[in-house]
Design a protein around this ligand. Sequence first.
Ligand code: ADP
Ligand code: ZN
Length: 683
Amino acid sequence: MDGVTPTAHALLAEIFGFDGFRPMQEEIVTAVTGGEDTLAILPTGGGKSLCFQLPALLRPGLTVVISPLIALMRDQVRALRASGVAAGALTSGNTENETDAVFRDLHDGKLKLLYMAPERLASGGTERLLAQAGVSLLAVDEAHCVSQWGHDFRPDYLRIGALRRALDVPLAAFTATADTETRDEIVTRLFGGTQPRTFLGGFDRPNIHLAFAPKNKPREQILSFAAARKGRSGIVYCGTRAKTETLAMALTNAGHTALAYHAGMEPDQRRIVEQRFQTDDGLIVVATVAFGMGIDKPDIRWVAHADLPKSIEAYYQEIGRAGRDGDPAETLTLYGSDDIRFRRMQIDESLAPPERRMADHGRLNALLGLAEALGCRRQKLLAYFEETCEPCGLCDLCNTPPETFDGTEPVMKALSAVLRTGESFGVGHLTDILIGNATEKVRQRGHDQLPTFGVGQDIGRGQWAAVFRQMMGHDLVRPDPERHGALRITHAAKPILKGEEPITLRKDSFESAPRRRPAQTMVSDEDAPLLSALKAKRRALAEAQRAPAYVIFPDRTLIEMAEKRPKTLDDMAGISGVGAKKLERYGQTFLEVIAGEAVATPHPARRKLAGRAAGDTYDRLLAAQAELARGADGTGKPMSCSASLLAKVAALGPNAADKLDQLLGDRLAERFGPAFAEILAET
Ligand code: ADP
Ligand code: ZN
């Protein structure tokens, strides 16, 4: 490098292809490069990896990265190598050859970054190996794994402290988990109790859209949310194992590629799902919370909760799996009275000590408060983490402020029905009393004689369900753990009962629920075919390397290519995400795709399909056809299908192998049949 120290900025552009730092990255990079002990707490997707990768390149010697996420390590090593960085990994996922190569490179002093699974630390030789390899920096990813109280605890993480002392090098620790207990434990166990330079990056995930909806035909709600995001990777979280299976089936029947995942499945089966989710484009996994740690896909575009999560922390973590790459991502959380009852019971029936159960009810209350919020959800969510923000404009309530009404009177009526029936009944029976429905049960108990009987006729049963749900959400009534489903009045209800405090409720607006158009990560209609062609090229390259697509280029980079349409390698170098090495490797290939598509304005047959799923299929068929124009080996006679033929093929849908061959005829079927069939199978 001509004796000049490369600056962080230059390397940022040259190696990673980024124009600038994300918030806090620069400060962290400077501290870590300067050899300070550091602890950085950045939200998921905040760009932590760069904060040790860049210092590793700026410092002499070797940086050792410890991480529990094997798939992530492999991807990062691959991505670094693709960018021309000497990186290697020692994990249980290695082949013998890979491990030998890493040892050779270590011995020759060739490596700049060595990723290591924590299990490695347990083997005796590791410390010696690292001491000889000239380690100058230790980086610890997912540092909260040293916490014995968290559910991600890794016993081998406890060895890191000793390793740091033995090597006597600076340590940089990274995590997205920031509660003070975990932070203190990290300082004790990794830094020997001496407070490192600490960076706290804030909790906001500004690219994630937040939305909640009361359950109302929940399966349809999930199906329509998924339908509007077809072809994009997403996770649906469910409360039970059985539901993951049925919902995955329903999504599959609706034409998605969806797989179930839960802790009751065979480990092999689970690994297959994890693997496919990581590498496939546009897969949906329908899972219990068992699908969590270990998923490290940066381009998950949406997360839906088919059932209410157990706490506000769980909610934050689960939606936080979306949009790690910083591009727009969307979430939807469904909830209903049954969920609230179920979560309360779960806490009451747990074996935790009473203080803990009380705290758990509090965390659930915080989530319910968020669900029934009347103003910006982000403000409410961040407030829980003691942060403030302006109304965000990127949540359902900012988009469509809820209709509210003074709920004091109905709530007082409902509370009085609860009291007069001895706090012994559930929502159904209480509603019957309120609307004056003299059922057998009501008459038997003489509840048709109560003064509250029929006082709530002015609003219907559905509205009462919403009132009771919100009363549970505000923790005015709670299901009694001793008596299944019976509601008891809490302290919080007292001021309302006494008429000292009013309460504002939301009108559930099922009918008018505005369908949010999933705009994001999208390009104009004009650029859409090019984007599809670029994605097809990326998929082909990724498959050839058996790597996830984003290792080649992230979506954002392809979108920028589709919009700016670079014509030369110089133009290409200006696209964010295209570093020097990737430019050299893929620049020309993608330029050709752009040049090929730029002249071809969409055929009318394609334009008719614009915005429909078949349009995407059409574009993929077109891209496949371009690949095979001269046959698989590139030496055949040029062949192509007419645009209207392609449009017909696109409309075939899956399971139409026979019709496909008929439609194409022998000659075209021979050249394109298998590739087309594969594309159709995925529609
Ligand atoms: P974290 O580990 O904090 O969850 P990552 O390190 O995986 O986050 O980064 C998330 C995404 O952000 C990656 O796709 C990464 O390439 C991208 N990224 C990181 N830093 C920058 C930057 N300065 N400019 C643009 N993209 C960035
Ligand atoms: Zn908002």
